[in-house]
Design a protein. Structure first.
Length: 96
């Protein structure tokens, strides 16, 4: 859910739900994803994407030279998780 897309009435209803059961909710700021080219139905199109880095923690944190790029299937959407229709692909860093 994106708060900026809600009507005043919907925001008030949602606010009441949060106040009644705050432990059920997690908020996350909206970031401006970059657009990347993907192949869709035989053609190249631009879609919103984010990168999930793989980081190992220990005495010294280690960032792997790979990650997971998640992208939206809908050109106007910021929803990139696969459970809601987004796609994903492995991402590798070839040089620094």
């Amino acid at each position: 859910m994106f708060g900026n897309k809600l009507s005043a009435e919907e925001k008030e209803r949602f606010r009441a739900m949060i106040l009644a059961q705050p432990r059920r909710f997690i908020a996350q700021e909206v970031i401006d994803f970059c657009d990347i080219p993907i192949l869709d139905e035989g053609g190249q199109v631009e879609r919103k994407a984010d990168l999930r880095a793989f980081v190992l923690t220990g005495e010294e944190p280690v960032v792997w030279k790979s990650g997971l790029t998640r992208f939206s299937r809908n050109p106007d959407s910021f929803i990139v998780n696969s459970s809601q229709g987004g796609g994903f692909k492995d991402t590798w860093v070839l040089s620094l």
